[in-house]
Ligand binder design. Structure first.
Ligand code: ADP
Ligand code: MG
Length: 397
């Protein structure tokens, strides 16, 4: 894939529509609890501003579904961006209209102006032509740095690329570089660790890696569905009975190479998800009654860790247990530590997976790449063509 990057662009004097992912979590007082996403967009903003561009920043936050909701305004983001840049940042409470046009026309080279939450407009998620054009008319160039949203065909993630010369920002460039490398020629052996709650978002990646992957380590709620599909009693665990056939098909496809698809051999069970739950480790053949699987067991952890230690490439998405609660965190903690120690290429992504490494005090630097996209990373690794990447990789017209 040939990507148009900032190296292909002379930003001086240009009005640049920069789409970022400032979808940061806020607490009940609307204070930002984690500003990682803002920090990760800084290099591109600084790159463009320092070269004399007028940087018009666009982002979504949450799911306002076309409504102006006070809770989802970008005011807190604007404040934090100012602090982090140590520069004034303009902030205007709309994305389109005369007020925005005036503000843009008054911008000087090197200035940064943040527009309002793009999802306050129905046109954003609909990729509505009129809305796209109104925004496109504000700028000369489109730069996308919102990897977390490139799997969405929205106005400001994809639509703008139809009307303006378009480029990938530094963060997006790095994401695509690392993830394409994994798809093209990963260092062997390739070990996929998949956990988390739902099978749907993960199944495509498993499929795409059936031939490329050397080991699939399955944990989390996902494992319960696979165990069920393999004929085990999973008691009262969280699993998806309607995904039985899909799960069986995946296992069948992997079976050509025996021992490639590794389900837990033992699991940690409890009768309730609580901080003081009584837990028990049992072989998967002994699950019964109201037992609920909340983590992988000791033997499984050891086995997974052996694979991880020998991996040339590790791709990890999804905690292997309900790690948010003390009694069920051990599996995810030891997997996270093993991945951090692995001398091979290590890639991880997903909101909860990143929350897990934070909880266990593992700095991002301990891994080769921590992706800013959960869904986007998975869809990219499925080998899909993503709407937000198509427009920045086509040849210049
Ligand atoms: P990510 O956000 O990293 O992509 P997911 O959203 O797919 O991950 O899933 C993460 C969630 O799955 C976590 O909240 C975790 O507590 C939950 N989970 C993992 N294993 C289990 C389990 N055995 N039972 C219930 N929930 C689980
Ligand atoms: Mg999640």
């Amino acid at each position: 894939m040939k990507l148009k990057t900032l190296h292909d662009l002379d930003p001086k004097g240009k009005k640049i529509l920069l789409r970022v992912d400032f979808n940061v979590p806020l607490d009940e007082n609307r204070e930002i609890t984690d500003d990682t996403r803002i920090r990760k967009a800084l290099p591109t903003i600084q790159y463009l501003a320092s070269r004399g561009a007028k940087v018009i920043v666009l982002s979504h936050m949450g799911r306002p579904k076309g409504q102006f909701l006070d809770d989802l305004r970008l005011d807190k983001v604007a404040d934090r961006l100012k602090e982090l840049l140590s520069e004034p940042v303009g902030y205007i409470h709309e994305c389109v209209g005369p007020g925005v046009e005036d503000a843009v026309s008054e911008m000087l080279e090197g200035e940064v102006l943040l527009l309002e939450n793009t999802r306050f407009y129905h046109g954003e998620e609909l990729n509505d032509e009129e809305f796209v054009l109104e925004i496109a008319n504000l700028g000369d160039v489109f730069v996308s740095d919102a990897f977390g949203a490139v799997h969405r065909a929205h106005a400001t993630t994809a639509g703008l690329a139809d009307h303006l010369p378009s480029y990938a920002g530094l963060l997006l460039e790095r994401e695509i570089e690392v993830l394409s490398g994994i798809l093209k020629e990963p260092s062997k052996p390739v070990v996929l660790i998949m956990g988390g709650a739902k099978i749907d978002t993960k199944i495509g990646v498993l499929r795409n890696f059936i031939d490329k992957g050397d080991a699939f380590l399955i944990g989390g709620g996902l494992a319960s569905t696979f165990l069920y599909a393999a004929g085990h009693n999973v008691g009262d665990s969280l699993y998806e009975p309607d995904k039985k056939e899909i799960a069986q098909a995946i296992m069948l496809a992997a079976e050509k190479d025996m021992d490639k698809f590794i389900l837990p051999q033992d699991v940690l069970v409890a009768s309730e998800a609580s901080e003081n739950a009584e837990t028990l480790t049992v072989p998967v053949s002994d699950i019964e009654g109201d037992m609920k699987i909340f983590d992988i067991g000791e033997k499984t952890i050891d086995r997974f860790c052996e694979f991880i230690a020998r991996a040339g490439t590790v791709i990890w998405n999804g905690p292997v247990g309900l790690f948010e609660m003390g009694p069920f965190e051990e599996g995810t903690r030891r997997i996270a530590e093993a991945v951090a120690e692995c001398p091979g290429v290590t890639i991880l992504g997903g909101g909860d997976t990143i929350a897990a490494i934070k909880k266990f005090g593992l700095a991002e630097e301990r891994f080769t790449h921590v992706s800013t996209g959960g869904g986007a990373m998975l869809e990219f690794l499925e080998g899909k063509e993503l709407p937000g990447i198509v427009g920045i990789s086509k040849s210049e017209s």
